[in-house]
Write a protein that binds this ligand. Structure first.
Ligand code: HEC
Length: 510
């Protein structure tokens, strides 16, 4: 038994409050402290904090972040310590949450057990602060130009660079527009879209858009997948009623000549990963592959001797953060195998398959740095880019880690004509003392060694989205960034009028 009372005097008052606040508390009256002392918070946490995700070690977060996280997690055990639910102004929203059975009406463990778990985390040292080292602002390969939109506080939810000098698109989540820019960065046209766009695929003259619906977390199924012939304005709805879809992919798994569509409904409390058989009209058939929210990035792992047929790769965030392989069987059935698992504070955002070594095999590249769930938000030393190789036993070996606190999206390209792929990263939650690290460029030196550089313009906006491609058709690969203003987020850089985007024009071919 651990003497937790010594560790925090605060705890005793919390406990007394609990007991006063509970009608059922009378049963604890006689031996309050004995009952409490029976419990070991660490052991309890190892029993109860693994129901929904990997075990959260106390050193995952700085000490200051734990009270907030425990207020949030307490809801799942029926404790509303932070009055997070009871003070919700919207009664209907509150009732909906209870209806969804996300939170129990009555505590599922005793207040003493809960207090012991809280005390275990809150009296731990937490993670040590590791301020990111400075990065030289000497990136010389690009010339930057800012793009300003209609709004002073733009949210550019998507950047899509078109090939061969055809310019690029920015998704404007504030006004629900898809804005087409020419190769000089001038607006060519602006189309209304039914929600905030987060992905645009352009294939054989067809543009397909994934529309999250409303950006902020909610349970409203306002997301959709739409498509149109390139050049047309009107969209045709393929799937609607989706819970915050963030990524989709179309692929003919059963090789019958018709593509299926896989959709990540990142959602909030609701959400799932589903495969849709795309019939005409009413004959859309949904098959759920993962019945929980948080799926965020999708890739196809091409067939090889090791994997047999082409497989679906899924990056999952929220509670269970992992990379899962869906092995295709027969008749659109899949078997899942989790390749790697990370704790819930990881903040996964993207998975890429890129050949970074030039040996013809693609590496797995994960991006993690979403910190939107925590006030602060704290620096996490494990945020960044991780590079993995898959061995013949379908195991992933981590071969490199490039730390980038708050890393959000990455884009790739042989920007310097070396024959090697470099990595450009935007961080949406950089260290506020080093705001220029909102953009970090990793020069590929070979053998998975990278040199890091940045530019002072990295500090001009909270950069959220990125894509690469030949914007101006001069033969080298350029980069376009999109900014994301979120109310309440501390603004880095010039807060008077935020640019919607920035072009980094490659100077390799003048
Ligand atoms: C009923 C499911 C459930 C249980 C039980 C649960 N969690 Fe969580 N946890 C979640 C979900 C879901 C998230 C993702 C954030 C969100 O959407 O609320 C999460 C996220 C977290 C995070 C990440 C915070 C961040 O953004 O960095 C931490 C840390 C955490 N949980 C700790 C705990 C601890 C400690 C316990 C035990 C006291 C616990 N969880 C029990 C569902 C659960």
């Amino acid at each position: 038994m651990k003497s937790v009372f010594a560790a925090s005097g605060f705890l005793i008052s919390t406990l007394v409050l609990f007991v006063k606040g509970q009608e059922t508390a009378k049963q604890f009256d006689t031996s309050l402290f004995d009952e409490f002392q029976e419990w070991n918070g660490e052991e309890l946490s190892k029993t109860y904090c693994v129901a929904c995700h990997l075990y959260p070690e106390p050193n995952l977060l700085p000490k200051e972040s734990w009270p907030y996280v425990l207020n949030l997690m307490g809801l799942y055990f029926g404790f509303d310590d932070g009055r997070m639910l009871s003070s919700l102004p919207n009664e209907q929203a509150r009732a909906e949450l209870y209806d969804m059975n996300k939170y129990p009406d009555e505590p599922s463990i005793s207040p003493f057990q809960w207090a012991a778990i809280r005390d275990f985390y809150e009296s731990s040292e937490g993670s040590a602060e590791v301020p990111p080292p400075p990065i030289a602002r000497n990136l010389v390969h690009f010339e930057t130009s800012l793009i300003f939109g209609d709004s002073e506080t733009p949210v550019t939810s998507m950047v899509k660079v078109l090939s061969d000098g055809a310019g690029f698109y920015l998704g404007d989540a504030g006004g629900n527009h898809l804005v087409k820019y020419d190769s000089f960065g001038n607006i060519e046209k602006m189309d209304s879209i039914p929600g905030a766009i987060v992905q645009l695929d352009v294939e054989d003259d067809v543009e397909r858009a994934t529309i999250i619906g409303r950006m902020p977390p909610s349970n409203f199924p306002t997301g959709l997948i739409v498509e149109r012939k390139a050049g047309e304005s009107a969209w045709r709805t393929l799937i609607d009623g989706l819970h915050r879809p963030v990524h989709s992919l179309s692929y003919d798994f059963d090789a019958d000549g018709n593509r299926e569509m896989v959709v990540n409904e990142f959602g909030h409390y609701s959400g799932s990963l589903s495969l849709f058989q795309m019939g005409e009209g009413e004959s859309l058939v949904r098959q759920t592959l993962r019945a929980e929210p948080g799926s965020i990035s999708l890739r196809i792992l091409p067939s090889s001797d090791d994997v047999g047929r082409s497989q679906l790769l899924v990056l999952n965030a929220q509670a269970r953060q992992d990379v899962t392989l869906y092995q295709y069987g027969e008749s659109l059935s899949f078997e899942s195998k989790t390749l790697l698992k990370k704790p819930p504070s990881y903040g996964y955002t993207q998975l890429h398959l890129v050949d970074l070594t030039g040996d013809g095999n693609k590496e797995f590249v994960t991006v993690n740095g979403d910190n939107a769930d925590l006030p602060g938000p704290p620096l996490k030393a494990y945020h960044g880019i991780r590079i993995y190789r898959m061995d013949s036993g379908l195991e992933l070996d981590e071969v490199a880690f490039l730390p980038v606190p708050g890393a959000f999206q990455a884009a790739f390209g042989d920007f310097r004509g070396t024959g090697r792929m470099d990595i450009a990263v935007v961080s949406f939650f950089p260290d506020s003392r080093r705001p220029e690290q909102g953009f970090v460029f990793f020069e590929n030196k070979g053998n998975l060694l990278f040199d890091r550089q940045t530019i002072k313009e990295g500090a001009l906006a909270p950069w959220m989205t990125i894509d690469s491609g030949d914007v101006d058709g001069d033969g080298d690969i350029d980069i376009v960034l999109g900014s994301g203003y979120v109310p309440g987020l501390p603004l880095t850089g010039d807060s008077r009028r935020l640019p919607a985007g920035m072009i980094l024009r490659n100077k390799m071919i003048p």
